[in-house]
Write a protein that binds this ligand. Sequence first.
Ligand code: PMP
Ligand code: GLU
Length: 395
Amino acid sequence: MHLSSRVANIKPSPTLSVSKRATELKAQGKPIIDLSLGEPDFDTPESIKQAAILALKQGFTKYTAVEGILPLRQAIVEKFAADNHLNYTPHQILVSTGAKQCLINLMLALLNPEDEMILPAPYWVSYPDMASLAGAKTVVIRTEIEQQFKITASQLKAAITPKTRLVVLNSPSNPTGMAYSKAEMKSIGEVLLRNPDIMIVTDDIYEKIYWKSEPFSNILMACPGLSDRTVIVHGVSKTYAMTGWRIGFAAGPAPLISAMGTIQSQSTSGPCSISQKAALEALTGPQDCVEKMVQTFKERHDYVVGALNKMPGVRCLEGDGTFYAFPSVKEVLARAPQFKSDSLLAEYLLMEANVACVPGEAFGAPGYLRFSFATSMELLNQALDQMASALKRLG
Ligand code: PMP
Ligand code: GLU
């Protein structure tokens, strides 16, 4: 079979692959605890489900406008005004089939072959492969646990070349859980202000799953001067436990949003009509469900980070948000040379501790593992006990 070089250059999403493997092992009867997938374990709140049921009953089951229904785009405009003090009009908003589609629309609309996309690591697994689908090259800026996994202005400056077209920011970050402060964003923004040909995408999908005392800030809130070159990518998957409904949205300069819409019109058309009604309820209805979920994530975070740090050779930072813990296992790897990589250690934990996690290599960060704590305290407890015993057996 002769497939395109485009597809030959990418790999299946590693987070989805690990989770698939865990599901297969479970089906074979292995008692795997799956901490691989970044997906809230809560049910979608009832009022959101009811909005979808009503949409169905009212026959709201046809194609919608490619860019999404106007009331939803208006609700998104209001969300950005209320939460972020950012002003958009509905024609600056595009609703897509998940934040994932927003990102691929953006990269296809913006990147030419040979263009460079700057990506701070650890990064979410799909960004480099999406850039590759657009023919572009990813330039990675490495960060480590010692710098809280955050890039500095001088690291960014050093990575910029005449070919740089796009910079990706994701705060709070998947996989590290770290969020940039407004001052940190400002110093990065100042470098970007001096480079007027560079576009910026800020993936704010974890904005609400955040517990730091300083209010959330993205690059635009820190540097409003970047508004004509910045796209915000967001969605309802994480905030409202709606991963399967597939609704994400992008906000940015009208000509770029329109180009992204053209790509969407030739690939998937508008997102699911019923899900759009559900997303409208999510954004405009009561928000107490979000608070409750975030509080639970924080309790689990405290427990997981504490338990990981008790394991010899494992070091984990306190995160600012998300539902991921991203410990360094470098000392474990140094002590147990049979594990030549974090992937082999993850495999050992899968087979010997029955715990599925994602190796740091998948996020461009060898020497780390990602654990999702979007699962019950009971399972987390069991998983961490089994992991501690399996690591102890290594001596
Ligand atoms: N960005 C980040 C950082 C993510 O973790 C995810 C989770 N899959 C996405 C984007 C995509 O989210 P979705 O397509 O479910 O809206
Ligand atoms: N973003 C989630 C994760 O990182 C979901 C999986 C995916 O879309 O890759 O696990």
